[in-house]
Design a protein. Sequence first.
Length: 62
Amino acid sequence: MEFPEDFKNKQYGKGSLLIANPVLPDPNFSRTVILLCNHNDQGSFGLVINRSTQLKAPDLFS
């Protein structure tokens, strides 16, 4: 797959939404939408926002 130059050079950071390719073979990420919370030289952290969970919001921050 070939991407346009402006897409290749885009800097993604906090607040970006990442949308997985529908044919991604990894079931953990297939068809997911991820809110990027942190991205730097140390790594990345994001939240999957289009899947349900049994966790309650207050439990995520305790």
